[in-house]
Design a protein around this ligand. Structure first.
Ligand code: BTN
Length: 262
């Protein structure tokens, strides 16, 4: 049974999304993974909807990693999307990452940017840390896009957490906790706008917010790493790296920002 807090969070997001394609919103106290839950619903033919939770016991991250967050500290949310045009998968995820970056930027005193492929980062230069990540999975003709945002961290967190990432409230001068329902609603409304926009308009807005563009980067692949300048994002979302005049194009990999290009 939903508690009062989940009910009011759910009511807030439902009100904000009323009349849109993502009007069906549920906010639950705990689940395994919101992505897995919506994947099961998609297999049964379910329509477009949103699932948000306070706690995941089997949260999934990119490249088969886990995504863990203390209960109530994050925005853990998935969208079941239909009518995604074939070959547009990167931009479906990109629309959500861009929406999250814009919404987080409104709440923080440090800039919020994107790191290819779809990490959401706070801070600048070597101080830049991950605040949110996006994970998509295709189920028949549906796409499930899940986002995990470190919204509210207490003052003390394990060193391993603080080394790898940051939270929205840690990037506010007064460090006050953010309203997770308002943040979720803002992201969803913006995501709908980006999903329905022209792909070139979306690509150029995404690139303008992407800290990877023009940087000297190391791209870590399964079996090797490539170092070069991140020259462009191809129309299908692939990363183009220029290494001494030789350009290579990559669909997957983990980017490390080394330093700004001259
Ligand atoms: C990443 O590794 O950067 C992507 C993390 C995505 C985590 C979110 S939390 C909500 C949704 N449900 C999951 O199991 N994963 C995604």
């Amino acid at each position: 049974m939903p508690t009062g807090t989940e009910r009011s969070n759910e009511a807030f997001v439902r009100d904000a999304l009323g009349g849109t394609r993502l009007a069906a919103v549920r906010w639950v106290a705990e689940t395994g993974s919101t992505n897995e839950d919506l994947a099961a619903i998609a297999r049964q033919g379910g329509g477009e909807q949103v699932l948000i939770t306070d706690l995941q016991t089997a949260g999934r991250g990119r490249r088969d990693r886990r995504w863990d967050a203390p209960s109530g500290s994050g925005v853990l949310m998935s969208m079941l999307l239909r009518n995604v045009v074939a070959g547009e998968g990167f931009w479906t995820v990109g629309a959500v990452a861009l929406a999250a970056s814009e919404a987080i930027d409104e709440l923080t005193d440090t800039p919020c940017r994107l790191k290819w492929p779809n990490d959401v980062m706070l801070g600048e230069g070597p101080e830049q840390k991950k605040v949110a990540g996006v994970l998509a999975q295709v189920v028949d003709d549906a796409v499930i896009v899940g986002i995990g945002i470190n919204a509210n961290w207490p003052d003390e967190v394990p060193e391993s957490m603080a080394e790898r990432g940051t939270s929205v409230n840690r990037n506010r001068i007064d460090r006050t906790f953010v309203d997770r329902a308002a943040l979720a609603a803002n992201i969803l409304r913006r995501a709908i706008g980006h999903l329905e926009s022209d792909r070139e308009v979306l690509r150029s807005a995404w690139k303008a917010r992407c800290a990877t563009m023009g940087q000297l980067v190391r791209l870590e692949l399964e079996d090797r790493a490539i170092v070069g300048i991140a020259a462009d994002i191809a129309p299908d979302g692939a990363l183009q790296i220029d290494d001494d005049g030789v350009t290579t194009t990559h669909q997957v990999g983990d980017v490390v920002h080394l330093r700004p290009a001259r």
